[in-house]
Design a protein around this ligand. Structure first.
Ligand SMILES: [Zn+2]
Length: 299
């Protein structure tokens, strides 16, 4: 009992992070992330209900990992647009390790599905997944695929195989406590590099099916490196390339919102100011309110 208690107390103090490792002599890349605090922050900001917490948490976690795959990006945007109750889920990373996100309807909580898990698929519905990579060129790269099963992980795996020709296994999960707070959240993406043996893929698939769900491993106190080591030929075969801290952070500012306001037609601003005495803008990602007075719009 005492031992278990120690593990769970220690877990609370672990900073969210991502471990990037290789296995099978470098032909397989493993990304294992702990994102409990990121997802809990998103829940508190948006007041998400459990099914929405799971959906947004999976998208935020996937986005953090995808961002770390490509350090050269200026910005990575991952957007799930479904016809279900959740509406659109959006996650943006302007910097490796940092993410912000939003969901149209945060107050969604459906019954658990037949497998006893959050019915993210039912809450998201059918639609598309768009991945937008801003490389600082004139036009950003955009990959759009139809939503497959709406569980987020498999949809991202489908995107990797269709748009980036990289066979990948993706597991993203969020556990929620009875009071609605996030118990544990994390993600695992395994990618097979070009030239990998067919046997490697079959081997990895067998290892994946043989393991308990990722969130259960993390909740049991298994470290991200420990998770990555499950997918090597041996623990020594798994080589850690990098470890990165992860956080939910918004980078909005008064100035950033003022720009778009100035581009509104002069009449629109005047009308709002006449009605309310000021212009109020709320950031979709952090809920912060900005107030602008009439004098700030004089041109
Ligand atoms: Zn903000």
């Amino acid at each position: 009992m005492t031992g278990n208690k120690l593990i769970s107390e220690a877990k609370q103090d672990v900073q969210d992070h991502l471990v990037i490792a290789t296995a099978y002599s470098g032909t397989v890349r493993i990304y294992a992330a702990l994102t409990t605090k990121v997802v809990e922050m998103a829940r508190l900001i948006h007041n998400t209900w459990p099914t929405a917490t799971a959906a947004l948490g999976r998208v935020l976690t996937g986005t953090l990992i995808m961002r770390a795959m490509d350090d050269q990006l200026n910005r990575l945007t991952v957007e799930f647009s479904g016809d279900g109750l959740l509406g659109r889920i959006l996650a943006v990373s302007n910097q490796t390790g940092i993410v912000k996100g939003t969901v149209d309807n945060p107050q969604v909580d459906l019954d658990l599905n037949k497998a006893g898990k959050f019915d993210v698929s039912g809450a998201l519905g059918k639609g598309y997944l768009a991945v937008i990579k801003d490389l600082g060129l004139k036009e950003p790269y955009q990959g759009i695929v139809p939503i497959q099963n709406g569980e987020i992980g498999e949809d991202l795996a489908y995107y990797f195989s269709k748009s980036e020709q990289t066979p990948s296994a993706v597991a993203l999960g969020v556990l929620v406590k009875p009071d609605g707070a996030v118990k544990v959240a994390g993600g695992l993406i395994i990618q097979v590099m070009p030239g990998a043996d067919e046997m490697v893929i079959r081997d990895l698939e067998a290892k994946l099916t043989g393991l308990p769900p990722l969130t259960q491993l993390l909740d049991d106190g298994v470290s991200t490196i420990g998770v990555a080591q499950c997918f090597g030929n041996s623990p020594e075969d798994v080589k850690v390339l990098a470890e990165k801290e992860l956080a939910y952070q918004c980078d909005c500012s008064r100035e950033r919102f003022r720009g778009p306001l100035l581009s509104l037609a002069p009449g629109e601003i005047d009308e709002i100011i006449q009605e309310r005495g000021e212009v109020e803008v709320r950031c979709h990602f952090c809920n912060k309110l900005y107030h602008y007075q009439e004098s700030e719009f004089e041109r």
